[in-house]
Design a binder for this molecule. Structure first.
Ligand code: SAH
Length: 217
């Protein structure tokens, strides 16, 4: 994965983090393997490097957060990623989640509504020599119609409800994973699109995310 210091010490810390995730119930070896590969510390300001391999969420630019590793692992497992999958991510943020998907062989299209974050993360992924991630500046509620349909769609911010436009941009048989605000908490929803206009929904527990907001800034 290109430039930047990734040492044996960092690899050791990642192996410990992956063990921790396994103990917490993550069992998809493809997900764990990808998280073993992606150097999470390179997505943080150098000052905060010591926190990079703890199982915690962490603040990034524009008052956003890089999701907790457990949450990344959980959402990625629900998505059932296969090499070659064409995946739309809503909420590029630091780019870490997008890189985990790319490490699993997916072709990732990731949208971010904060221009400074879109620019800095796009530059970082370029410096790291990441392949398989294309970044876009725009509003996730609109998706990326010109690239649809997608095999999978992953939303990494809490939506007020399931955006119909995203379901529309999913292929038949595709999967959408999205945290949706239900009352006082956010419920992780996995949606299977069965045919045009029809889908099945599963609930996968409560999580905490920054809100999915309309428009760009
Ligand atoms: N996947 C990211 C997590 C970032 S937090 C990572 O691995 O670091 C969620 C991100 O979603 C934030 O960067 C936020 O700005 C972005 N976001 C929120 N609403 C959005 C929308 N409507 N469209 C695109 N991005 C959005």
């Amino acid at each position: 994965m290109g430039k930047g210091a990734d040492t044996y010490r960092h690899k050791g810390l990642r192996a410990k983090l992956v063990d921790e995730l396994r103990k917490k119930g993550i069992s998809d070896e493809r997900v764990l393997d990808a998280m073993l590969q992606v150097p999470r510390h390179l997505f943080f300001d150098k000052t905060f490097e010591p926190w990079a391999y703890k199982d915690n969420a962490f603040p990034i630019d524009c008052e956003q957060t890089i999701s907790q590793p457990y949450t990344v692992a959980f959402q990625t497992s629900l998505l059932d990623v296969h090499p070659g999958d064409k995946i739309l991510e809503i909420g590029l943020g630091s780019g870490y989640q997008a890189c985990v998907l790319a490490a699993m062989g997916a072709k990732v299209y990731s949208l971010e509504r904060h221009r400074p974050l879109y620019l800095s993360t796009t530059a970082r992924l370029g410096q790291m020599g990441v392949r398989g991630v294309r970044t876009f500046y725009g509003d996730g509620f609109r998706g990326l119609p010109s690239f649809a349909p997608f095999d999978k769609i992953l939303v990494t911010a809490a939506a007020p409800e399931i955006p119909k436009e995203l379901v529309r941009q999913l292929r038949e048989g595709g999967i959408l994973v999205i945290p949706v605000t239900r009352g006082a908490f956010q419920q992780m929803i996995r949606l299977f699109k069965t045919s045009d206009g029809k889908w099945l929904e599963e609930q996968h527990g409560e999580f905490r995310f920054v809100p999915m907001l309309e428009g760009t800034e």
